[in-house]
Write a protein that binds this ligand. Structure first.
Ligand code: ZN
Length: 173
């Protein structure tokens, strides 16, 4: 397994629309393992393939406190959504920023699991929010898109500056 590099806003690659996964094979499963390692290591509760510069419709999530319920969703489709919930969201691609986003409280989602079986799952609360957040990534959308233009520009400026600072501080060996 290997930890993957997470793209950060405003990297234009985060705006790529992901393509459907065509086959669930060893290569895909090893990508899923790497995505779990990257997500748990970050640490985060969800990660979309888009964030590691792989533009396939795939996401991983684990919203449990014990980190013992890994979910990999391949080609996810939301069949139903209802209710409204507002959550203070963050994102591994927008480090250090959190803001309130409104999403459906409950969803029913169909996807292919890592064994290649098509399954349906009901999700509510944090898992439902997480899946909706990660599915936005597959469309090239970020949670900051729900905020005002002024807020988004502020975040963009700050992250670009931080990144320049990190690069300047880096030691080349
Ligand atoms: Zn995210």
């Amino acid at each position: 397994m290997a930890k993957l590099t997470i793209l950060e806003f405003p990297d234009p690659r985060l705006r790529t629309k992901a393509k459907p996964v065509e086959s669930v094979d060893d290569e895909l499963n090893s990508l899923i393992d790497d995505m779990f390692e990257t997500m748990y290591g970050a640490p985060g509760i969800g990660l979309a393939a888009t964030q590691v510069d792989v533009h396939k419709r795939l996401l991983v999530a684990d919203v449990t406190a014990d980190r013992n319920d890994p979910q990999a969703l391949i080609n996810p489709v939301i069949l139903e959504k209802d209710g409204v919930t507002v959550t203070e969201e963050g994102c591994l691609s927008v480090p250090g920023y959190y803001d309130e986003v409104e999403r459906a409280e409950h969803i029913r989602v169909r996807f292919i699991n890592r064994k290649g079986d098509e399954v349906e799952m009901e999700a509510e609360g944090l898992l439902a929010v997480c899946i909706q957040h990660e599915m936005d990534h597959l469309e090239g959308k970020l949670f900051v898109d729900y905020l005002s233009e002024a807020k988004r520009q502020r975040i963009r400026k700050r992250l670009v500056k931080d990144k320049r600072q990190r690069t300047a501080d880096a030691v080349t060996l």
